[in-house]
Design a protein around this ligand. Sequence first.
Ligand SMILES: *[C@@H]1O[C@H](CO)[C@@H](O)[C@H](O)[C@H]1NC(C)=O
Ligand SMILES: *[C@@H]1O[C@H](CO)[C@@H](O)[C@H](O)[C@H]1NC(C)=O
Ligand SMILES: *[C@@H]1O[C@H](CO)[C@@H](O)[C@H](O)[C@H]1NC(C)=O
Ligand SMILES: *[C@@H]1O[C@H](CO)[C@@H](O)[C@H](O)[C@H]1NC(C)=O
Length: 623
Amino acid sequence: MMGPKRHFFPLLLLFSISAFFLLFLHSYFSTSNPNSNPNFINSLKNPKPKSPNFTFIIKVLAFNRLDSLSRCLRSLAAADYLSDPVHLHIHIDHFASTNNDSLQLDRNLGSSHRILEFVDDFEWRFGEKLVHYRTGNAGLQAQWLEAWWPSSDNEFAFVVEDDLEVSPLYYRFLRSLIVNFYYNASNYSPYIFGASLQRPRFVPGKHGNKIQLDNNARLFLYQLVGTWGQLLFPKPWKEFRLWYDIHKAKGIKPFLEGMVTTGWYKKMGERIWTPWFIKFIHSHGYFNIYTNFLHERALSVSHRDAGVNYGKTAGPDSHLLDESSLDFNFLEMQPLSNLKWYDFCFKEVLPGRVVTSNAELGSVLYGVQNQKSIILVSLFGVSEPVTRNLLCHFERLNIWNYIFMGPESDFLLDLSRRGHPVINADKFLNSVRAYKSMTFQDSNAELIKEILMKAYVIKKCLEYRYNSWMVDGNMLFTSSDLFLETIDPTVDFYVGKGLELMHVRSSSSAEKFWTGALMSKVAEMVDSLTRKASISRDGRNFVYVAANLLEQKGVRIKRVDETSLGLNIDTNNVSRSSLGGGKKMAFWSSEIVLDLIQKRLQELGMWFVDSDFSCIAVVCHKL
Ligand SMILES: *[C@@H]1O[C@H](CO)[C@@H](O)[C@H](O)[C@H]1NC(C)=O
Ligand SMILES: *[C@@H]1O[C@H](CO)[C@@H](O)[C@H](O)[C@H]1NC(C)=O
Ligand SMILES: *[C@@H]1O[C@H](CO)[C@@H](O)[C@H](O)[C@H]1NC(C)=O
Ligand SMILES: *[C@@H]1O[C@H](CO)[C@@H](O)[C@H](O)[C@H]1NC(C)=O
């Protein structure tokens, strides 16, 4: 077995990869003249790209289909392995022993033994061959899950079920992919769990509807696992196995409402494994690399032979891509930053939108706004589970024009990599000159940051002519109406009476006021606050400060009475009916403990996260 290699040499790698491409290009585009290119001459001497010393293991999952298995193994043996060592592990499941029919029993024994004989005789020239023959029927779930426990972070498993057939080109593709997306730091993401060679086909969040691909991208990222030729990366797989272990042991089911795979699980139970993996991927926000080779082509096809998944043989799902049908450079790997990311609804996800300065704010707001309106969500003093629950509400309500702002934290960055735009308040304010020159008590730091941050974001929204709703993570809305309902066009500012809630209408008067008098006043006010040894948070929030200043200046504001608009769950016993009577929101103070918030929101039917604080459902909307 090969171990990890500690060093790898980027320059050498770069050189030999480009040399390899040149060679490759030459063989498919014979118009190029090799003699004119010195690199090409060099590449002839060393056509194989140098790469990290990783271990590649093919895991073949077989059962009782000799014809399928032999087709599968023959295709694997016919592939080009570039003289790399590649190991073959064949896991053969046993037939179920429930059968009392001695004729059938003899037939099963005969069939199993013929398969064993076949794999024993099967020659594997590329590395070691290992056969694992089970003593009892394990089923597909155990076959997959027990097939691999990575022995290092440099070991990869390529899992194929026995009714697959792979292209002779498949390994060269996977090798380039591993080198580019695992070993090249600039294209590496710990949230990519592997690559599927099957043609992407369906959208699990949309009743398994057919996927609609655009023709541009040959590679893209999609959350769904593929089961027809899946390359697994070691770290996420190990993490999955541990997660599965915990959940299975505790009797937690991998239910994810809205997913077609959950329906399969309810029918098939523990015979299948994908619902477990899908639930894990959903809660961790991981992605898989897929190919889009057009014309229904793929490097791995399933013959969909009769068996556990198909009652009767359905035939190949795609056309196998081979040298004769190759009309593009299949080894060309793009930088990760060029690839698109898609969730279980096949909705594009935009990871990595983190605003760290005033200069970056405008373009992110532009991308976020919907009909020139933006929801600014403050996460100051808001816990992680409450924020995650809020996100599930936004998903249900089809609200996407939000941006989070909060102090720098791992959680904030995690939100951004899952596709939710965030403003890192610490970094942002450190880029603001006025803020850096302030001195204040540490005990006031968070409050001052929060007040200034909000003032700056609203200022930017006004500059861009966007209406903004400033809300707090400690509130939940029951419908998207609140953000859409018509606002009195003569009033620029709506403020919550006691709540951190504010609506600022885009107008030239509002902008003039906000960027002129207000910003300097906010700075002054904050400055005076900073002189006080310690200020109580209560009532001294941003909206309080802003409303006071607006009123002092004689600007017309409207007070929103939260007690008629919403339900305070701090003290009340609540039930679903408490939200009747035109109440559009539930809210609570930041002092109330999480357990109580959770309990009350559960009573209201507004707690949509599971024990991993992951949404209990995938909710897809029409685009
Ligand atoms: C790769 O690793 C194996 C096992 O550790 C070792 O025997 C082999 O020499 C290594 N190859 C290279 C090129 O470093
Ligand atoms: C085999 O069949 C007999 C008679 O039908 C039954 O009593 C017995 O339980 C069966 N055994 C198994 C293992 O199914
Ligand atoms: C790593 O990826 C980047 C971006 O795709 C690329 O520019 C660079 O050449 C790659 N490095 C190596 C050693 O291949
Ligand atoms: C409030 O909740 C407690 C505990 O759930 C319950 O015992 C009590 O009857 C409730 N009070 C009202 C007025 O509903």
